[in-house]
Design a protein around this ligand. Structure first.
Ligand code: F6P
Length: 328
C-alpha cells in the first residue's frame, strides 16, 4: 500500500559496513532532490548518528567531487541499539523535529530491517538502497560496492598468482562476505581459481587434494583456492593446517580483509549508485513509502521493502562449481 504525502524535506544515511559507490548514491539523491525543490539532510554515522542528532544539510556543492571516492562522506556505523523500540521512537521524534518527511537508508539487510520497523511503528516513509560489498540481500541481484570489492580482490589474487607460480605453491586466499559466498564465487571464476570453498559448505579435503594432485600430474605447479570468509575471518589457517596434516600439502594463507571495502568505485557501482539514488526520489514523489530500489534482470526497479529485509546468498548461487570445472 502506498499513501501520498507531500515530500518537502528528506534525510539520508549510510549504515553498516561502508561500500564503494555509497558516495555516488549520496550525490545522486541530493542532486535529484534539490532539482525537485526538496531540502536534503545527510545524517552522519548511520542510525547511531540519527539517535545523536548528527544532521548536516546537503547542497549541490557538498556532494561535488565525490563520485570517484570510496567510503561514505556521511560515515557509517553498526548500531545494535536501533533494534530497541524506544530508540526507534526517539529517532522518529528527532526526524519529526527536523521536519523530515521521508528517510532514505543505504545499507544491508540489517539496516533495512531498522528502516522497515521505523515505517511500520512510527509511520516514517522509508526507501532502502542496497549498499554492501557482500551482495547478500534478498530481492536484489546486486548491491552497491560488490563490483568494486570483486575487482579489488581479483587484482590481489592476480598478484598472488605471480608469486605462487614462481615458488610452486598452493595459496588459500580468503575473501570477505561474512556468510555470503558471492564475492568468493565471482572472484574464483574471474581468477581461474582451482577451488572455491563456500561459506556454508563442509570443506572436502579429499576433493581439494585430488584436484591439486591432478593438476601436478599435468604439470601445474601452483594452485589458488578462494575461501569464503564465513562467520568470522581466519578459517583459512585451520584449513591450511588440516591440508598439511591429512594430505601433506603445504600452503600459504592470505586474508584480503578490509582492502576489499575501499577504493574508487567501478563503472557498475557508479552507474547503479547514480541510477538508484535518482529512482529513490522518484519513488517518494510517486507516493511509495516502504520500498527498495533493486536490480533484477540487470534493470533497476522499485519493489516493496519487505522483499529485501533478509540476508540471502542467492545472487551468485547459479555459478557454484564453474571455477572448478574450468580449472581441470
Ligand atoms: O560490510 C560487510 C563486511 O565487509 C563483511 O564482508 C565482513 O564480514 C564484515 O563487513 C566486517 O565487518 P567490520 O568492518 O565491522 O569488521
Amino acid at each position: 500500500m502506498t499513501k501520498k504525502k507531500q515530500i518537502k524535506t528528506i534525510a539520508l544515511l549510510t549504515s553498516g559496513g561502508d561500500s564503494p559507490g555509497m558516495n555516488c548514491v549520496i550525490r545522486s539523491i541530493t542532486r535529484t532532490a534539490i532539482g525537485q525543490g526538496i531540502k536534503v539532510y545527510g545524517i552522519q554515522r548511520g542510525y547511531a548518528g540519527l539517535l545523536n542528532n548528527q544532521f548536516v544539510e546537503l547542497n549541490a556543492s557538498s556532494v561535488g567531487n565525490i563520485i570517484q571516492r570510496g567510503g561514505t562522506i556521511l560515515h557509517s556505523s553498526r548500531c545494535p541499539e536501533f533494534k530497541e523500540k524506544h530508540n526507534r521512537e526517539k529517532a522518529a521524534q528527532i526526524l519529526d523535529d527536523r521536519g523530515v518527511d521521508a528517510l532514505i537508508v543505504i545499507g544491508g539487510d540489517g539496516s533495512f530491517k531498522g528502516a522497515l520497523a521505523l515505517e511500520q511503528e512510527q509511520n516514517i516513509p522509508v526507501i532502502g538502497i542496497p549498499g554492501t560489498i557482500d551482495n547478500d540481500i534478498s530481492g536484489t541481484e546486486y548491491t552497491i560496492g560488490f563490483d568494486t570489492a570483486v575487482q579489488t580482490a581479483i587484482e590481489a589474487v592476480d598478484k598472488i598468482r605471480d608469486t605462487a607460480a614462481s615458488n610452486d605453491r598452493t595459496f588459500l586466499i580468503e575473501v570477505m562476505g561474512a556468510n555470503s559466498s558471492s564475492i568468493a564465487l565471482k572472484v574464483g571464476v574471474c581468477t581461474g581459481a582451482e577451488n572455491v570453498l563456500l561459506s556454508h559448505q563442509k570443506v572436502d579435503y579429499e576433493k581439494i587434494a585430488n584436484a591439486i594432485r591432478r593438476g601436478e600430474r599435468r604439470g601445474k605447479n601452483s594452485s589458488i583456492i578462494i575461501v569464503a570468509e564465513g562467520p568470522k575471518p581466519g578459517r583459512s589457517y585451520d584449513i591450511s593446517h588440516v591440508l598439511e596434516d591429512l594430505h601433506h600439502i603445504s600452503s600459504r594463507v592470505c586474508i584480503l580483509g578490509h582492502i576489499q571495502r575501499g577504493g574508487s568505485p567501478t563503472a557498475n557501482d557508479r552507474f547503479y549508485g547514480s541510477l538508484m539514488g535518482q529512482m529513490s526520489i522518484q519513488a517518494l514523489l510517486k507516493g511509495k513509502h516502504r520500498h527498495a530500489i533493486v536490480v533484477r534482470n540487470d534493470h533497476a526497479e522499485c519493489v516493496p521493502l519487505t522483499d529485501c529485509s533478509e540476508k540471502s546468498d542467492h545472487a551468485m548461487k547459479e555459478f557454484v562449481g564453474i571455477a572448478e570445472e574450468l580449472s581441470i
